[in-house]
Design a protein around this ligand. Structure first.
Ligand code: NAX
Length: 328
């Protein structure tokens, strides 16, 4: 029998945690033949609710689930972790400035990064979901100098999936026929969903759509502001779709992208496409054998360039701000 994979989930008692844990335990994160051990990290006030979720996980009698540990100590939660999903974060509350938000999250992601550095398994893969995801990932990574930088990633897969769905609705093509879509930049309202290299049923997506005004005025803002539209409709932020995207992100990273396709991941830049080195920015990537590579050689037209630059500028400002706060 295989050794179980240790999967650590922070913010386990939150709404994304609730939508995520059952899917991990059922085998959808890593595969139907991979046993998992869950480590749930919560703050003290969240421990009781996490215990309740663990009782329900027990009650599912998942054959792959080899155990659940619940703790409020990052050193325990990340001990031997192979996969870490950093979901718990400090949300922006009324009257909070960006600096306050970054500082509050620094207080979470810096110690978690250090615990990952000191305790995680050598093959650790980290996905940051908690917002501001890209910059939280940067903070955690900076606190983990012994872990290869590329193991720290931020989630833009929800944006990617939202864009696929919008294109399918617009063109009538099934999502399975849409390939090579890219989310560039920050997981924020400045993100840029790029269809210029995308294919719909084998044809160039921008040519199939043939409507630059729809791209600029409908598609891009709909994708970028989808989170706010969900809150407006549901009275709560995206949870099941965010959990689904986290599953997709790790599943693709571990098991690979399909031949001829790619995905979007927030990853440390190597300077490709003019994105300053070290920023955690979303790129088109292919995955194989548990590693990823940025898709190289794409032409970036003027329309795309200005939008990528605007999102990257926001990431640089966030990096400057957390530098100023001594968080990286
Ligand atoms: P909830 O408020 O329901 O849950 C967050 C949980 O994290 C709470 O149970 C809280 O006790 C816990 N927590 C707080 N600090 C912690 C710490 N230091 N260690 C461990 N646990 C801690 O939020 P939820 O709706 O689950 O969203 C979680 C995060 O995902 C938020 O930051 C949210 O903004 C972010 N999102 C990111 C998305 C993305 O695409 N990257 C999309 C969905 C979501 O908005």
């Amino acid at each position: 029998t295989r050794t179980p994979v240790n999967v650590t989930v922070t913010g386990a008692a939150g709404q994304i945690g609730y939508a995520l844990l059952f899917r991990i335990a059922s085998g959808q994160l890593l595969g139907a033949d991979v046993p998992v051990r869950l480590r749930l990290l919560e703050i003290p006030q969240g421990l009781k609710a996490a215990e309740g979720t663990a009782m329900e996980l027990d009650d599912c009698a998942f054959p792959l689930l080899q155990g659940i540990d619940i703790t409020d100590d990052p050193n325990v939660a990340f001990d031997g972790a192979n996969v870490a999903l950093l979901v718990g974060a400090r949300p922006r509350t009324k009257g909070m400035e960006r600096g306050d938000l970054l500082e509050a999250n620094g207080g979470i992601f810096k110690p978690q990064g250090k615990a990952i550095n000191d305790r995680a398994a050598d093959d650790i893969k980290v996905l940051v979901v908690g917002n501001p995801a890209n910059t939280n990932a940067l903070i955690a990574q900076a606190a983990a100098p012994d872990v290869p930088a590329e193991r720290f990633t931020a989630m833009t897969r929800l944006d990617h999936n939202r864009a696929l769905s919008q294109l399918a609705a617009k063109t009538g093509a099934p999502v399975s026929e849409i390939k090579r879509l890219t989310i560039w930049g920050n997981h924020s309202a400045t993100q840029y969903p790029d269809v210029f290299h995308a294919e719909i049923a084998g044809k160039n997506a921008a040519e199939v759509i043939d409507d630059q005004a729809w791209l600029a005025d409908t598609f891009i803002p709909t994708v970028a502001k989808r989170g706010a539209a969900i809150i407006e409709a549901r009275g709560a932020s995206s949870a099941a779709s965010a959990a689904n995207a986290a599953i997709d992100h790790i599943h693709t990273w571990v098991n690979g992208t399909a031949e001829g396709d790619w995905t979007s991941m927030g990853i440390p830049s190597d300077g490709s496409y003019g994105v300053p080195e070290g920023l955690i920015s979303s790129f088109p990537v292919t995955c194989k054998g548990g590693t990823y590579e940025i898709v190289q050689g794409l032409d970036v037209n003027e329309f795309s360039r200005s939008r990528i630059d605007a999102s990257v500028k926001e990431l640089e400002e966030e990096r400057e701000a957390v530098r100023g706060l001594g968080l990286i």
